[in-house]
Design a binder for this molecule. Structure first.
Ligand code: HEM
Ligand SMILES: N[C@@H](CC(=O)c1ccccc1NC=O)C(=O)O
Length: 285
């Protein structure tokens, strides 16, 4: 076979018999994965496959984000800040991919979506337990969010466990305390089932770190990583909102909320409010 024929030679050593060897498809369980795209519209709408794959790809990346964030939490607890930062760096890359991915779904026009939206019933991303799990792990706890999982015991249990457990932020603040920083006792002893609420005294601890970066380099770097993580999360939420606005305008959501207005409110939530507030204080007496 030659270059002139534009054909690559099939090398002698290439494996061809997979009757009792693991292959690409069997390792990746492509039988399961590629059987999971089941449009519900009848007749099947051409664009429903895009809608399903966009969501499934997102859920796969959410799965990895959760896996990484759980490890980060354990590493923080073990005072292994360097390993924890490596995990956060990976999560930041996944977030960028997810935010970029919205442009694919933005090719779905309002006219196209309207042709199969009715087939989605009451289902909605609001019922994504992996998304909620990420929010919980980062510290934005909200017990009310469990209500929609009453009929799904596995999802309910997963979220209930996370609600009872410490968040990444709780573990980071505990690490700072162990290293001698002035983390207020009320923050360290807070009810972990509630959302983290803003603490002015904690801002003072961060102010010290941010005004003495040279002597506090590793924790300073960690603070900035958390700020990146939060910003990336917000960018994803913003692209979701913009996609919703261009696709369904200001109609209520299938999940029963007001739609865009409800999503807009999520942009006011913060995971690490003191890490944003400290910026106003730097350089002030
Ligand atoms: C055309 C595309 C989309 C539209 C029109 C849309 C619309 C909406 C609306 C209106 C809500 C509010 C809840 C409700 O009442 O339904 C919502 C929530 C949500 N959607 Fe989407 N969505 C789209 C795509 C996606 C995709 C691709 C994902 C990825 C998994 C996603 C994940 C979520 C999540 C996690 C929530 C809950 C947000 C929160 O609690 O703040 N959505 N969506
Ligand atoms: N809430 C959307 C429907 C929707 O986007 C959706 C439906 C089923 C599964 C995931 C979805 N994605 C995000 O909410 C709507 O109101 O059109």
């Amino acid at each position: 076979m030659s270059v002139e024929k534009n054909t690559r030679s099939f090398e002698q050593g290439i494996e061809t018999d997979f009757s009792d060897k693991m292959s690409y498809g069997s390792y990746l369980r492509l039988d399961l994965l590629l059987a999971a795209q089941q449009p519900v519209s009848r007749p099947e709408h051409h664009d429903e496959l895009l809608f399903i794959i966009q969501h499934q790809a997102t859920e796969l990346w959410f799965k990895l984000i959760l896996h990484e964030l759980r490890a980060v939490r354990t590493e923080l607890r073990a005072d292994d800040l360097r390993q924890a930062m490596k995990g956060i760096a990976r999560v930041k890359h996944i977030q960028r991919t997810l935010t970029e991915q919205w442009s694919v779904l933005a090719t779905l026009t309002p006219s196209e979506y309207a042709q199969f939206r009715g087939d989605l019933g009451a289902s909605s991303g609001f019922q994504s337990w992996q998304y909620r799990a990420v929010e919980f792990l980062l510290g934005n706890k909200n017990p009310a969010m469990l209500e929609v999982f009453a009929a799904d015991p596995a999802a309910h249990a997963l979220l209930s466990d996370l609600l009872d457990a410490t968040s990444i932020y709780d573990e980071f603040l505990a690490l700072l305390h162990r290293r001698g920083y002035a983390v207020p006792p009320a923050v360290l002893e807070r009810d972990v089932r509630e959302a983290h609420v803003f603490s002015r005294e904690l801002v003072a601890a961060f102010k010290y770190i941010y005004e003495n970066t040279h002597d506090n380099w590793d924790v300073y770097e960690a603070c900035e990583e958390l700020v990146d993580l939060e910003e990336n999360f917000q960018l994803w939420r913003f692209r979701h909102l913009k996609t919703v606005e261009r696709t369904i305008g200001y109609k209520p959501g299938t999940g029963g909320s007001s739609g865009a207005a409800f999503l807009q409110k999520a942009l006011e939530l913060t995971f690490f409010p003191e890490l944003l507030a400290v910026r106003t204080e730097i350089g002030r007496p």
